[in-house]
Each structure stands twice: as structure tokens, then as C-alpha cells.
Design a protein around this ligand. Structure first.
Ligand SMILES: *Cc1c(COP(=O)(O)O)cnc(C)c1O
Length: 821
């Protein structure tokens, strides 16, 4: 989606002579892109603009790296299977304070910065919240001057592009590298060999002390790093995001080629390419495929080798590793790194098991992101053994060590011991990656206060009993540079004009806005900003979907991955019920409302895809029914990604955060909306609990069962059918959907979806419906009194500075990583 121009927030006063910058663009276009201005395309200009800003970053990058090396600073390595970074150009311009200079320099060549910015691909190397968190963290670590490296995979195809055909999600390949990637530096010389398969042989160690294991893999690949500079606010520090790409060790098997096997000769090359070609599109659900385990090992092993090499370039051995390095595991996807570091320590650097284990346990930290039992990663032992035979041995050795400790403590019964074991034995034997990460890390953190408590009580209760000091909380955050300064320049300008610039460097200074919450003039300005942002979204929707919207309507927004636990279905059912009430009671004073949805469903997730179709079916019927008189509109915006979020969030009045309590670990969408002055309607789940504490109970609309109540209902005999019978509105809406009112072409389309609610209702839609519906009518009442609404919205913006990822990273730095900030 395109942005229309607004003045940028600058990290520094104007620094460049615009005519020099304009000349530099021409030089770059000519000598590095190879084009004359007269024939340059917009993509060429984009490439030149990025290269010019990248040049500015390089000096600081080299300087940051040298400083860390010379000072012997402790480094943080953030390993993540996903980095949902989105577009980077505005980030870099804005953090270096050269946005307006660049705008003018490009304008001098008749190039519109907003048009080329819209051409930058939205790098979607992630599925949702987990990947976006990694991206916000990279930006905050650079802004807080922490020597950090991100490590991940350079997927050729990021998350699929979503189109909606006849209301259904269609997945198309994402091709973000089509025009090359002007940000990255390929570093062939920094490649490592990564093996799979083969066997392990024991040999007598040279020192004559016992045996040493030698793993001889049968398959080998090269991991080639590609580096992207990540600039912090005001260009303080530039860190690297290092993404690994697989390449063949032998690009062509010449023997095979010469023997006439021309296709077989390229086999290695194809196999390597396949390894890092695609991101698995399942969110909060393990793919369980061999290729996925290969991807996990591939990037973890390359990263650990790189970390060990860098350490040994300065220090004599690896005993000092824990003092100089923390390797942070973003969920269990890189948990195999624990076994890989053990392997390097024992098999390559001659440590015994005890020494290696002592070092590893002090080096890793792990963040858990989900409690959904189906989302916890585990791998079948036979598969693991075949791909990573040496790592399997090491995991058995770690397990033996841990279980010995457990048994000798005498505090655990057999059931508890079974839960602690790294190997699941109740059926097909499997390696539990969560348990490996837990025992291999000195810190295990949850991502909101509630989620952290539930971790202690549920998935990790026995491990928590064994290591009671290990679990800690670090509530997630978002970077305000992207999620306020860049995505909402109008609001940022208003805030600067009102309270000055201090909040640009200390986001909690936003609290000074609290004093203006009742100020009539400020309220008018605040709502004028919201109105302008809404008009911008109205324009985009009209261009993209041909749907006309009323910018004075309440904009009610639910955008996130489509998942049953996130309960888009609850929202849609409420829309159907509202539709029914508007038609049955035309005399009432209904308030115009637009319900926006956006989000992708995993391609194999049947119900999630059906929910997308339902949203579109309901939209079609409601939007074209004249008896609704335009009072309710439903819009599904295709291809949700970071750039879409950047347009929609500043335009939202109401933020839907309505997951079944206990199932959303934190959420970060909730924080972005509140920062941009939307009110939240939500359950007491994830970070919503803390959001309420910060904005105040009177400035948020909370409804529904608590996590504890959900657990109690489930433990008892939950009968959704009886609840439905007692709720006329819910019953009416479910029957309408279930009998095909919105799908006359296929009346049975939603039969199973709806009967699922009658039968088990796993996500407690029926139990929460009436509370949700009343909460929505309460929202209507609040909206009727604009002064009150504005006051509440202003309090939201003023009080959510705490949810900055700067705060989160400060806590990680001081309480986990022990690096100075
Ligand atoms: C913030 C963000 C998310 C996470 O949203 P939740 O509402 O917390 O699930 C997912 N995708 C994108 C593109 C985001 O920007």
C-alpha cells in the first residue's frame, strides 16, 4: 500500500547539502546501477537511493564493529527463524535524519520519494508476531547501542502473497528478490560447511584422555552469509542482520556431467537451493517436515560456527564464551544450537562433556512464545538420528545428566520425570525441543506477565520445579520509530507541537500528553489527525477494492494471522448479529461502523481459510443490502503485511484483541493500536492485562472469561449448546450462517464450522459471545460522546510508552544478557 507524503520526523537537524546529495544520486545511478537519469526506471532510482543511504551506514557499521572488538564488549546473538522486517528505506532515512534531504534531492531529479518508497519490497521473512518482534528488537538493540547480531535465513520466497478470489484465499509466491536486494552484502568468504546424515566414529583422543567422536556427514552444504545493516535511532550504532543462504559445496558434479548425466550433475545445486528457498507458512504450529528440521539446523549451525570463530579471533579459548557472548533463542526453532555448540566444544575443541555443558548452559537464553500444546516442537527420534546422528548422541548425554540430577534430588515422581525428559516416550519417541532449550539455557522467559505465569503452571511446571529461578518475564514491545514516527507522521507532528521533542528519545515522556486529554483544542487536533489517517485508508480501500467507506464511521479493526484462537469468528458472528438487529430495529439510532479484517491463514489450515471466506461472504451480503443504509460495512483487505499494518493502524478507532483467554502469549498488535490512539476491546489475555494496567481500566473495554475461568469451564462439563439456546442473538446469527444465508450458492458451506461451536467450541466463542456483544454496544455508547472518546484515546497514546521495545530490550540487557545499556 502506498503512503501519501507528510513531513517526516527527523532524527537530527538537516545535515546534508541537498545539491550534493542530488549529485551523489546521479553518480550512484551511473556508476553503481549503470543507468543515465534519462533512462532510469523508478526501481533504478530506488536502488540508487538505498545505496546512497547504505553508504552512510557503512562507516558507522565498521566503526560499531571495531569498537565492540577493541573494547571486548559482550555481544548478543539473536537467533530467529523469522525476521518480519518489512521495508527498510524509510527506517534508515528517518533514523539517520535524512528523510527531508533525500526527498528534496530526489525531487531535484523529478523523482517522488513516496512513489519509489512504495516499490521497495516488503521483506516478509516471517509469519506474524514472532518475526515482527525479532525485527523490532533488531532496531531497538541498535538504538540502545548494544553490540548485537541477528541471525536467520535468507528465504528466497518469504511468506506467500495473498489474493482473494471469489472470497477465498489464494496463495502466490512472494518474490521479494526479483529486482535484487540493494541492502545486502554477500560474503562468500564467510561461508561455512554444514553437514547432514552419515555416521559417528569414536577415535582415541590425541591427549590420550578417553575417546573423541568424529561425525562424518554424507551430505554437505555451504552456508553463505548475506549481511543487512540495521541502523539505530540517530544512527548511534549500526548492527548486522546476517541471513544464511544455502549453496552447494560442488556447484556441478563434473564426473557425472562428463559421463553424460547432465541433470544428475546439477543435483547438489538443486538440493542446496531447496534448503533456503521457502519460509514455512504455519504460524504457532510446527511444520513437522524434514525440510524444516534441516532449515533449523542449517541456520543454527552456521550461526554457532560464526560465533565461535569470532570469539576465537580475540580470545585464546572458549572458557570465556559465557562472559563475552549470549546466544538468544527466539522460540525453540534454533534450540538445536545447544547441541551444536556442545559438539563443537567436545569434538572440535577438545572439551569433556562436563566442561562443554557448563559453558553451554551459561551461554544460551530462550524465549518461549506459545503454550498451545499443538505448537510445541518435537521431532521423531528416527528422523533426528538419521539427519543429525551426533546431535542425537549429545542430546541423550544431556538427558542422562539432567535425569540424574532429577532422580538424585528425590523430589520428583515418575510422571514428573517423564515430563522433564528431553525424549517423549509415550508412543512414537520424539525429541522435545522446548525441554532441550529449557535445560540448555540459563534464562527462560515468557513474553507477558500472564503468559509467564501460565508457563510455570502448565507446559514447564515440572522443569520450573527443578529450576525455580530460570523462568522470568519480559513483556514484548514494539519500536515507536516504525509504529508511531514513521507510520503516523501526522500524530507525531502534533505531539511534538504539543509537548516538544523529548519523547523522540524517551518514549515514556508521552505521558506529558495526559495533561491535554481534557483540552478541547487538543482533542480537536487529535481527532483531526485520526480523521486524516482514516481518509487515507478510505482512499486505499476505494482504489484496491472499489468499496466506498464513510470516514466518519467508527473504524473497527482486527488484523493479525487468521487463527481460531484469535477468534475472528467471534467478531464475524457479532457482525451478523448486529446486521440482524439493524434490520429488525430500523428505528433505533445506530452508529455507522466499518469492520475491517486482514490476515493470512496457513495454507493447510482448513478452518482458518473458511473463516476468510466467511468474512468475505458476510461482507458481500451486508455491504449490498440497502436496508442497512450503510450503517454497517465489512471489509477484508487482502495480503496483510507490515506495510498494510502501517496504513491501517493509524486509521483505527477500535482495536480488536479478543483471543480466548490463556491462548495469546502477548500480542504486539494491541500495543501498536493503543500507541496510535485506538481504544482496545479485548479479553484479559496476553499483554492486554498489562495494557489495562497502564492505560487504566476506564480507558479500555474488557470483556469475557479470564484464563482461569476458561480452564475451570473446560475442566467441568462445558456445554456450548445450552449457552446458545439461552442467547437469542447468538442463536439467530449461528443459524443464519449455518443454514447458508451468506452462502446461498452453497448453503452447507459453514455447516461444520458452526456445528463445531455447538459441539465442542474449543475456543469458547459461545461462552464469550454475550459479553462481547454487550461490550460492543458499550463501545457504541462511548462513541456517541466524542469528547469522552477523544479523552480515552489520548490517554491510550499517552500511557503506552512502556510498551516500547526499548523498554523490553533494556530489561533483556540488564536482567538476562548482562550487557550495559
Ligand atoms: C504486529 C504484527 C503482527 C502481530 O500481530 P498480533 O495482533 O499481535 O497477532 C503480525 N503481523 C504483522 C505484519 C504485524 O505488523
Amino acid at each position: 500500500m502506498d503512503k501519501t507524503s507528510s513531513p517526516a520526523v527527523e532524527a537530527a537537524p538537516r545535515q546534508f547539502v541537498v545539491s550534493d546529495l542530488a549529485d551523489e544520486l546521479i553518480e550512484c545511478l551511473k556508476y553503481r546501477v549503470g543507468k543515465e537519469p534519462s533512462v532510469a526506471t523508478r526501481h533504478d532510482w530506488l536502488s540508487a537511493a538505498i545505496k546512497v543511504v547504505r553508504d552512510r551506514l557503512i562507516d558507522r557499521w565498521i566503526e560499531s564493529t571495531r569498537r565492540a572488538y577493541e573494547n571486548g564488549d559482550k555481544r548478543v546473538y539473536y537467533l530467529s527463524m523469522e525476521f518480519l522486517i518489512g521495508r527498510l528505506m524509510r527506517d534508515a532515512f528517518s533514523n539517520l535524519g535524512m528523510m527531508e534531504d533525500m526527498r528534496e534531492a530526489l525531487a531535484a531529479h523529478d523523482v517522488d520519494i513516496d512513489l519509489i518508497a512504495a516499490l521497495e519490497p516488503d521483506a516478509a521473512l516471517g509469519n506474524g508476531g514472532l518475526g515482527r518482534l525479532a525485527a523490532c528488537f533488531m532496531e531497538s538493540m541498535a538504538s540502545l547501542d548494544i553490540p548485537a547480531h541477528g541471525y536467520g535465513i535468507r528465504y528466497v520466497h518469504g511468506l506467500f502473497r495473498q489474493e482473494i478470489h471469489d472470497g477465498y484465499q489464494v496463495e502466490l509466491p512472494e518474490t521479494w528478490l526479483d529486482h535484487g536486494n540493494p541492502w545486502e552484502f554477500e560474503r562468500r568468504e564467510g561461508a561455512y560447511e554444514i553437514g547432514f546424515g552419515g555416521s559417528v566414529r569414536s577415535v582415541a583422543s590425541q591427549e590420550g584422555r578417553g575417546e573423541r567422536q568424529i561425525w562424518k556427514p554424507t551430505e554437505r552444504f555451504l552456508a553463505v552469509p548475506f549481511d543487512t545493516p540495521i541502523a539505530g535511532w540517530r544512527g548511534k550504532r549500526v548492527n548486522s542482520l546476517r541471513l544464511w543462504s544455502a549453496m552447494p559445496v560442488d556447484p556441478i558434479l563434473l564426473d557425472a556431467f562428463n559421463a553424460g548425466d547432465h541433470i544428475g550433475a546439477l543435483r547438489e545445486s538443486n538440493k542446496a537451493e531447496a534448503l533456503t528457498r521457502v519460509l514455512y507458512p504455519a504460524d504457532s504450529h510446527p511444520a513437522g517436515q524434514e525440510l524444516r528440521l534441516r532449515q533449523e539446523y542449517f541456520f543454527s549451525a552456521a550461526s554457532v560456527q560464526d560465533i565461535v570463530r569470532r570469539h576465537l579471533s580475540k580470545y585464546p579459548d572458549l572458557h570465556s564464551l559465557p562472559d563475552k557472548v549470549t546466544i538468544h533463542l527466539n522460540d525453540t526453532h534454533p534450540a538445536i544450537a545447544v547441541a551444536e555448540l556442545m559438539r563443537l566444544l567436545m569434538d572440535v575443541h577438545g572439551h569433556g562433556f562436563d566442561s562443554a555443558w557448563a559453558i553451554a548452559k551459561q551461554t544460551f537464553a530462550y524465549t518461549n512464545h506459545t503454550l498451545l500444546p499443538e505448537a510445541l516442537e518435537s521431532w521423531p527420534v528416527p528422523l533426528f538420528e538419521r539427519l543429525l546422528p551426533r546431535h542425537m548422541q549429545i542430546i541423550y548425554a544431556i538427558n542422562a545428566e539432567v535425569l540424574l540430577e532429577v532422580r538424585s534430588s528425590g523430589r520428583f515422581n515418575d510422571d514428573e520425570i517423564r515430563e522433564i525428559s528431553l525424549i517423549y516416550e509415550g508412543g512414537e519417541r520424539r525429541v522435545r525441543m522446548g525441554n532441550l532449550a529449557f535445560v540448555g539455557a540459563f534464562s527462560v522467559n515468557g513474553v507477558s506477565a500472564l503468559h509467564t505465569d501460565l508457563m510455570k503452571q502448565t507446559v514447564f511446571s515440572d522443569l520450573h520445579k527443578l529450576y525455580p529461578d530460570r523462568i522470568n518475564n519480559k513483556t514484548n514491545g514494539i519500536t515507536q520509530r516504525r509504529w508511531l514516527f514513521q507510520c503516523n507522521p501526522r500524530l507525531t507532528t502534533l505531539i511534538r507541537d504539543t509537548i516538544g521533542d523529548r519523547f523522540l528519545d524517551d518514549i515514556e515522556a508521552l505521558s506529558e500528553l495526559d495533561a491535554y486529554a481534557e483540552d478541547h483544542e487538543f482533542q480537536q487536533q487529535f481527532s483531526a489527525v485520526k480523521r486524516a489517517n482514516k481518509e487515507q485508508l478510505v482512499k486505499v480501500v476505494s482504489e484496491r477494492l472499489g468499496v466506498r467507506l464513510d470516514p466518519t464511521a467508527l473504524f473497527d479493526v482486527q488484523i493479525k494471522r487468521i487463527h481460531e484462537y484469535k477468534r475472528q469468528l467471534l467478531n464475524i458472528i457479532e457482525a451478523v448479529s448486529l446486521y440482524d438487529q439493524i434490520r429488525s430495529h430500523p428505528e433505533r439510532d445506530w452508529l455507522p461502523r466499518v469492520k475491517f479484517f486482514a490476515g493470512k491463514a496457513a495454507p493447510s489450515y482448513h478452518n482458518a481459510k473458511l473463516i476468510i471466506k466467511l468474512a468475505n461472504d458476510v461482507a458481500r451480503v451486508i455491504n449490498s443490502d440497502p436496508s442497512v443504509r450503510g450503517l454497517l460495512k465489512v471489509v477484508f483487505i487482502p495480503n496483510y503485511n507490515v506495510s498494510t499494518a502501517e496504513i491501517m493502524i493509524p486509521a483505527a478507532d477500535l482495536s480488536e484483541q479478543i483471543s480466548t483467554a490463556g491462548l495469546e502469549a502477548s500480542g504486539t498488535g494491541n500495543m501498536k493500536f493503543a500507541l496510535n490512539g485506538a481504544l482496545t476491546i479485548g479479553t484479559l489475555d496476553g499483554a492486554n492485562v498489562e495494557l489495562r494496567e497502564h492505560v487504566g481500566d476506564e480507558n479500555i473495554v474488557i470483556f469475557g472469561l479470564t484464563a482461569q475461568e476458561v480452564a475451570q469451564w473446560k475442566a467441568q462439563d462445558y456445554r456450548p449448546g445450552e449457552i446458545i439456546e439461552r442467547s437469542a442473538e447468538l442463536k439467530q446469527a449461528l443459524e443464519a450462517i449455518g443454514t447458508g444465508v451468506f452462502s446461498p450458492d452453497d448453503p452447507g458451506r459453514y455447516g461444520e464450522l458452526i456445528s463445531g461451536i455447538y459441539k465442542q467450541d474449543t475456543f469458547m466463542v459461545a461462552a464469550d459471545f454475550d459479553a462481547y456483544s454487550s461490550a460492543q454496544r458499550h463501545v457504541d455508547e462511548l462513541w456517541r460522546t466524542p469528547a469522552r472518546w477523544h479523552r480515552m484515546a489520548i490517554h491510550n497514546t499517552a500511557r503506552v510508552g512502556w510498551f516500547s521495545s526499548d523498554r523490553t530490550i533494556r530489561q533483556y540487557a540488564s536482567e538476562i544478557w548482562r550487557v550495559p545499556v
